[in-house]
Design a protein. Structure first.
Length: 209
């Protein structure tokens, strides 16, 4: 949801910033690596329990994550490796943040529920990514789901800033997995429609002219 409407709002400002970065000689991959480095720093801060500072750092890292793709697009610097490393580091970024929270909760008393929820979120977020990648391997573009990565980041920042971590973790644990199921159903629905249509097609003439 946020992925769809938020991009429309942010596209104009992001493109203007991207053109300024181009003038300064900044590259898309440079932004990708910088954003990942900030995420690793954020995970260290969160592991020590400094949630508000971690929220601010995560917000800054998210800006870099948004700008790298925009810079690549508006300056025609897109590449196969750039897209690959961006997606790969996105998965690592989310994982190290969640692992930092798991580390913090494992050291704190009375936080067993939060610890379990973090692990459920890790499973759900990886499955959201995997279902998309597996569908693309079958030549199907799947991008649905209520809780994609931008929504998860916004919710996490909100929880870290407000201290409402357990309610936020419950929401993320439930809806990351719901989003993965939505993508599974989307693939099922599209393939179940395509197969009967293919079966109704008349057989081609396999004999040479």
């Amino acid at each position: 949801m946020l992925s769809k409407f938020g991009r429309r709002i942010a596209t104009g400002p992001a493109e203007r910033i991207a053109r300024r970065l181009q003038a300064w000689g900044v590259t898309p991959n440079g932004l990708t690596y910088t954003g990942f480095g900030l995420t690793v720093l954020t995970s260290v801060v969160l592991a020590e329990g400094h949630f508000r500072w971690g929220a601010l750092l995560l917000a800054v890292a998210s800006v870099f994550d948004t700008l790298d793709g925009t810079l690549a697009r508006v300056t025609s610097q897109t590449s196969v490796f750039g897209a690959f490393i961006d997606s790969t580091l996105d998965r690592y970024s989310e994982s190290v943040i969640l692992l930092a929270l798991a580390y913090y909760y494992s050291r704190s008393s009375g936080t067993r529920t939060e610890l379990v929820l973090v692990f459920v979120i890790i499973v759900g977020s990886l499955m959201v990514s995997y279902t998309r990648a597996r569908a693309e391997g079958l030549d199907l573009k799947v991008s649905g789901g209520w809780l994609q990565r931008p929504e998860r980041v916004v919710l996490l920042i909100l929880g870290l800033l407000t201290g409402w971590m357990q309610p936020i973790l419950w929401i993320m644990a439930i809806f990351t997995n719901v989003s993965a199921i939505q993508r599974i159903y989307e693939v099922y629905w599209r393939t179940s429609r395509a197969e009967p249509e293919a079966a109704r097609q008349p057989p081609g003439d396999n004999h040479p002219a």
